[in-house]
Write a protein of this length. Structure first.
Length: 452
């Protein structure tokens, strides 16, 4: 029988999966090391358990103790799983930048979670680094893992991630691409692979707002490089001790937007539901595609699962609020039409006149205007039903057959929002432009817009 003794025995041996659509224009094979197959849904499970094992061996973590750590969420999950099995308590300190899902998951497995502000310096008493250090001094029988400077972090990847990739590629890997955060994953994996083949290229993917890229290129820690960024799980405002820059060949920075958009593409086109850093990892690779050759074999690290980002990069509203989606709006539809003039009628015109306007301009919806403002509406479908039951109604005025007015929205309302306003009983939406003139968008306008 193959029965695992506990959940920790399922960590590692994650699959290497070929990417097909996203990388179809690259000259070589690209495969993803999909580490969300770990029980905690991230690569951090590997080093979390290793840090605990080393701390136990060194006598720093004793029975019944409390594990304290500053985490963006994934390391905390790995530590929490180990704590459940081994009987420890957990206090995790995170930032308000991290997704709500991450904090909720940590609480679900029994951890206490403290949220600190993001936009403060590491040495600030409010930073999650400082709070974690303070708690480690205040809480009796506690151990501060400090994943940034704890070399058990990179040791975990030297012992597991690197050997797995080497074995899975039959030693043919030529490039490792990995986002750079604590430095443990990229450094530990690189150290093992470089021992096997010094020619393997190690490409670190960083985010704008992090100081790691400039430090790699110049050896200078320049705090002027640091500014707030939205990307999660990688990039730093200091240089963790886990880094050994000598095993890294290149640093490449990507934008918050490009990483988020790429993550969504991978989910839709490859069926691999990954987190923010994986999208940034592939985006960085695409920016470096001109360096690749036909016989290369590239391995990209996919750190975690997309379920932790459903309220962020997989939420259209969140993406639109940050300008990350190239969203079409009411204005875009109007500007893309040949005929922009709004066809209207007044309540005093006849039904026959309204029908003639529909025929002349090939439209189905007409706003009824009173003193320059929308009062109600008439539609082809509504008029058809009335004319069918009473043909003489064509000589009556529009006010006798009027339907409710169309909803009025902002001129820059996204197309996706317009779609929810158009129903069986309401066939159009109105909006005013910058000059104060009204325009109309129908369901057919939306269909044509989305089909382009």
């Amino acid at each position: 029988m193959d029965i695992k003794q506990n959940i920790l025995e399922t960590i590692g041996n994650t699959p290497l999966i070929k990417l097909n659509k996203i990388t179809k224009d690259l000259p070589c094979l690209v495969a993803a090391k999909v580490d969300y197959f770990n029980p905690g849904n991230s690569i951090k499970d590997r080093m979390a358990v290793k840090m605990i094992e080393v701390a136990e061996k060194e006598g720093k973590l004793k029975p019944g103790g409390t594990i304290i750590e500053g985490t963006s969420g994934n390391t905390g999950m790995g530590l929490a799983l180990a704590a459940c099995v081994k009987g420890y308590k957990c206090i995790f300190v995170t930032t308000d930048k991290q997704s709500k899902e991450k904090a909720d998951i940590l609480k679900a497995v029994g951890a206490e979670v403290i949220v600190c502000p993001t936009n403060v310096a590491p040495e600030d008493p409010q930073s999650y680094y400082s709070v974690a250090k303070r708690l480690a001094k205040e809480v009796p029988n506690s151990f501060h893992c400090n994943q940034y400077d704890n070399l058990a972090n990179r040791l975990a990847h030297y012992e597991s991630t690197g050997p797995e990739i080497w074995k899975q590629t039959d030693g043919k890997i030529t490039h490792l691409v990995c986002t750079a955060g604590t430095g443990g994953t990229i450094t530990g994996t690189a150290m093992y692979l470089k021992e096997k083949n010094p020619d393997i290229q190690i490409w670190a993917i960083d985010v704008y707002g992090s100081l790691l890229t400039k430090y790699f290129n110049t050896g200078v820690i320049d705090m002027n490089e640091v500014h707030p960024y939205i990307s999660e799980g990688f990039g730093e405002d200091f240089v963790p001790l886990n880094y050994d820059m000598s095993v890294i060949d290149h640093f490449e920075q990507v934008t918050d937007k490009d990483g988020a958009v790429m993550a969504r593409r991978i989910a839709k086109e490859e069926g691999i539901f990954i987190g923010y850093s994986a999208g940034s990892c592939i985006q960085g690779l695409m920016q470096l595609k001109d360096r690749l050759k036909k016989d290369d074999l590239v391995v990209c690290i996919f750190h975690d699962h997309g379920s932790r980002y459903v309220g962020k990069i997989y939420n259209d509203q969140w993406m639109m609020e940050r300008g990350f989606l190239d969203v079409k709006t009411f204005k875009d539809i109007v500007n893309g039409r040949i005929h922009k003039r709004l066809v209207t009628v007044t309540p005093q015109q006849t039904v026959a006149e309204a029908v003639e306007l529909m025929r002349k301009y090939d439209i189905e919806q007409i706003p009824v205007m009173q003193d320059g403002e929308p009062a109600c509406s008439v539609s082809e479908n509504g008029l058809f039903l009335k004319l069918f039951s009473n043909p003489d109604i064509k000589n009556k005025t529009v006010e006798t057959v009027m339907e409710p007015s169309f909803p009025i929205v902002a001129f820059d309302t996204p197309v996706e929002r317009l779609g929810s306003l158009i129903t069986k009983d309401n066939g159009a939406v109105l909006a005013r432009d910058e000059k104060g003139d009204y325009h109309i968008v129908t369901k057919y306008d939306i269909i044509q817009s989305l089909a382009k």
